[in-house]
Design a protein around this ligand. Structure first.
Ligand code: SAM
Length: 216
């Protein structure tokens, strides 16, 4: 497992049936089963080629009836689970998976998402779908920063700041969050100085800088 996957694994709660939506390599389902954090796992991916990697890795568990696999768009072909992970996709893709699963009544009690971008959209759609945020933090792996969000069925209300930056980052900023904000802040300041920017873009950047300043 990579460092990023280990950090995701650390926040996954114990469950009965774990589903990895967009599993690709299948490392997470293997870690969940090896570590006794789930009794059964469902590995699914929209790409048969990607799923084959996970099926190969988990061949023993599949033979023992502990893993089911499905070529599936989101939760479409996925059976009942109480915890699902959607990691490594864009926030808009994650939203479309959540929204469709909501309509089809397929959303699990707990959901962990790790959007690569558009985290604000993912937060809004998860709360609209009936989740409360239990954990929402930035972590660093290698030179990159990632947002990791743990959701449990329930009601929630997010402030604008929590939507944009993540609740735990706002309420109790970590060193890693401050470092990420500092990087973005420096990039935006440099952009303001060096580029020929339209007035609209300049105003947008200045607004963003103003929001970031309190965390730098
Ligand atoms: C970048 S990989 C991430 C793999 C793994 N979840 C991780 O975090 O390391 C994204 C995977 O999601 C799959 N994927 C993309 N859209 C999907 C969807 N709508 N439903 C299921 N899988 C999807 C891709 O085929 C690919 O294997």
């Amino acid at each position: 497992m990579t460092d990023r996957l280990n950090k995701i694994f650390a926040v996954l709660p114990t469950c009965e049936v774990f589903a990895d939506i967009g599993c690709d390599h299948g490392y997470m389902a293997k870690a969940m089963l090896d570590g006794g954090k789930c009794k059964k796992a469902i590995i699914s991916d929209v790409s048969a080629k990607c799923l084959l990697k996970a099926q190969t890795l988990l061949a023993r568990y599949i033979k023992d009836g502990k893993v089911e696999s499905a070529v599936s768009d989101g939760f479409d072909g996925v059976g009942k689970c109480d915890l699902a992970l959607i990691a490594g996709m864009g926030g808009e893709e994650i939203c479309s998976i959540i929204e469709r699963a909501k309509i089809e009544n397929k959303l699990p009690q707990s959901l962990v998402i790790q959007p690569m971008k558009n985290c604000d959209k993912a937060r809004i759609c998860a709360v609209k779908a009936g989740y409360a945020i239990k954990y929402d933090r930035v972590f660093k792996s290698g030179a990159k920063f990632y947002n990791l969000i743990v959701l449990v069925t329930g009601k929630d209300n997010l402030t604008d700041e929590e939507i944009e930056f993540g609740r735990d980052n706002v309420n109790n900023p970590s060193v890693e969050f401050k470092e990420m904000v500092g990087d973005t802040y420096a990039k935006l300041c440099a952009l303001l100085e060096s580029s020929e920017l339209s007035k609209t873009v300049r105003v947008e950047i200045e607004e963003k800088i103003k929001k970031l300043k309190k965390y730098v």
